[in-house]
Design a protein around this ligand. Sequence first.
Ligand SMILES: *Cc1c(COP(=O)(O)O)cnc(C)c1O
Length: 343
Amino acid sequence: MDLNNLLRKNIKNLLPYSSARDEYSGEAMVFLDANENPFNQPYNRYPDPLQKKLKEKIAPLKSVAPEQIFLGNGSDEPIDLLIRAFCEPGKDNAVSISPTYGMYQVAAAINNVAIKEVSLTNEFELDAAELLKEGDENTKLIFLCSPNNPTGNCLDKEAVLEVVKNFRGIVVLDEAYIDFAPGKSFLPSLHEFPNLVILQTFSKAWGMAGIRLGMAFASPEIISILNKIKYPYNLNILTQQKALELVEKREQVEEWVNLLIAEREKMRQLLSEFPFVIRIFSSDANFVLVKMHDARGIYEFLQEKGIIVRDRSKVHLCEGSLRITIGSPDENEQLINALKELI
Ligand SMILES: *Cc1c(COP(=O)(O)O)cnc(C)c1O
């Protein structure tokens, strides 16, 4: 893979915006270079454009170098940036699995980039050969998601490897739910694959969806491309500060994850006892996909009770299924009690 060939020409030739904090990033007594207001400390100052402090905290947690980390306004930012860096609008395309997370399709469509979807098998497995066959000379990106949303399962490791090893473009592996699937991340093998980008997020296991903080891990060369085209100050001061505080609470996160995994398995058991439930798919994430008779009716019944789940009954391969997030033990019990009224 030759990154320079893969990149759009205008991005390769782009001279990025150079902010005051890019040109001088050290400490100083007096900062009179960025037209900031001297009052209202500390919010008067522009944030660190490369989030160095935060990356230094995240790097050891993930066993990667800070140069292998991109931080964005949610995972949605690196998804959009990858499309914009590599796909020429109206010409290049990307390939994704189906069903999967809707943002790849939307981000591509906004950029006038076609996405060719390749169906998973009926058991939600990845057919690597089928996926690779769908690519053509204009295919620059492949989007994989493991554990996959909305199906909940991890994709087979060998199938993912086959895609990464045989595709001549960039493989984006979205691991938003990987904390709920211990031992299954591809992050430890990142250094073996110069064409692999792994996405993770603080929105799920870390309980920080509200601060908008997504991560991309890749080679320093790919990370510097993302840095070159991002908004100069893409992560605000508040997000960086809050994340610095919360990354110290790793044990808390582990407790949440263990509890949610235990609740997930409990909920799978309890849900399986309802006569209208046809199948509960196994899950490596913090949600379960449940196929049931009259999924839409049950969705509406729950909504009237003030309990909102996600209706996926019109989604390819998920016909008749609801996606249920695992909540607190109390929330989960409320859901079960509401469903009991249907019997
Ligand atoms: C929730 C989710 C994300 C997280 O997106 P953020 O923008 O980081 O909140 C990413 N990918 C998938 C598949 C998700 O379900």
